[in-house]
Design a protein around this ligand. Structure first.
Ligand code: GLY
Length: 357
């Protein structure tokens, strides 16, 4: 959460002038803790916004959007690159396993123009969780399939079962297992004041990496996808926010799209993605809406074991949002996060996310 912040920021004056928002100077001046990083864009699409590990995914998605393809085709083709990448140990093939050494994937998709969504959770042995989520949306009357049922469904559609655990991920898991203490996800009875349970487990090895990718296509269609191997070394069957529509992803074609990465448990208790879209509907910019979600999570976190000595959450959650006018933004609880953007004019780039702390 404390990675160094990157240097790229839109100078406030230029942002305000280019966005024609000079009248808002006074209002923004009061928010000195952060500067706007979003780029206002008046012509709709194509635009892609993704989490910081999505530079190539955003470029791939843009390639498809520029061919006139639907935003859902674009975001899935983009995230498939990360699901295929053994070096990204938070998504798909090469993802870090659960506490028993088994990789379990979560994913969701939403297609704005048709108002549909699909998701899978705790899916084993199939790397393209995003594609299976899309099939749940297109080829069932359901929205979410989990575990064994999700795997059987994927196999019915021709997906091959494969071992997703790479040697590198297995060795990382083994190191964790071999040094396991009594501070893990199994919590003894505790109260709001208890400090010495959970959240202390070798945080350097564990993480909540994920990719979220949202796009606006040339037809004005919005879609998004979030896909992940979830929390490293989780209790088998643990499902995070990524496959839960409204939490890890939400798309409303008339408003915008939003998604998340980071501590899914916090986001599951806030349903932030649907809230971000609703805050955009009520007039907030994508970046402001993402910050509102961060503030909500900070307000809602009351268990002292999750808070530092200043009462701030000890974890991070990041949000990415895109509205139907092509404006985008991102925010995290903690500074130092960046997100990927591709507007078709140049290569994908990383933009600093706004932050609370
Ligand atoms: N945000 C990903 C997870 O918690 O699984």
């Amino acid at each position: 959460m404390n990675q160094p912040s990157g240097p790229i920021r839109t100078p406030r004056r230029r942002f305000l002038q280019s966005a024609g928002l000079t009248a808002l100077t006074g209002a923004l001046a009061s928010r000195s803790a952060w500067l706007p990083t979003a780029r206002a864009q008046t012509a709709p699409g194509p635009v892609v916004v993704a989490s910081g590990n999505g530079l190539q995914a955003a470029a791939k998605a843009m390639e498809l959007l520029q061919q006139g393809r639907d935003a859902l085709d674009a975001v899935i083709a983009g995230v498939n690159l990360v699901e295929d990448d053994p070096k990204d140990n938070s998504v798909g093939y090469g993802g870090l396993p659960n506490e028993e050494g088994v990789v379990e994937l979560d994913a969701s998709v939403m297609h704005g123009p048709t108002g549909r969504g699909g998701a899978v959770a705790a899916l084993r042995n199939v790397r393209y969780a995003s594609r299976v989520a899309r099939l749940v949306m297109e080829r069932t009357d359901h929205v979410l399939l989990v575990g064994e049922g999700a795997l059987k469904f994927a196999k019915a559609h021709g997906f091959r079962e494969e071992e997703l655990l790479t040697d590198a991920a297995r060795e990382t898991w083994l190191r964790w297992k071999e040094t396991l203490s009594n501070q893990d996800d199994w919590l003894p009875p505790h109260t709001i004041d208890t400090l010495d349970v959970g959240q202390n487990v070798k945080q350097a090895l564990r993480h909540y990496g994920t990719i979220n990718c949202n796009a606006l296509d040339q037809q004005g269609g919005l879609s998004g996808c979030t896909t992940t191997s979830g929390l490293a070394f989780k209790i088998p069957g643990r499902v995070g926010d990524s496959p839960i529509l409204g939490a890890g992803l939400w798309v409303d074609n008339g408003v915008g799209a939003a998604g998340s990465t980071g501590r899914g448990e916090a986001n599951l208790l806030a349903c932030s993605s649907v809230m971000i879209v609703e805050w955009m509907r009520s007039g907030q910019s994508p970046e402001d809406a993402c910050l509102s979600a961060c503030k909500r999570i900070a307000q809602q976190t009351k268990m002292k074991r999750l808070l530092d000595e200043q009462g701030r959450p000890k974890f991070n959650v990041s949000f990415y949002a895109l509205n139907r006018r092509g404006q985008f933004g991102g925010a995290s609880l903690w500074r130092g996060m960046r997100f990927a953007v591709n507007t078709g004019e140049q290569a994908s780039r990383l933009v600093d996310a706004a932050y609370l702390y």
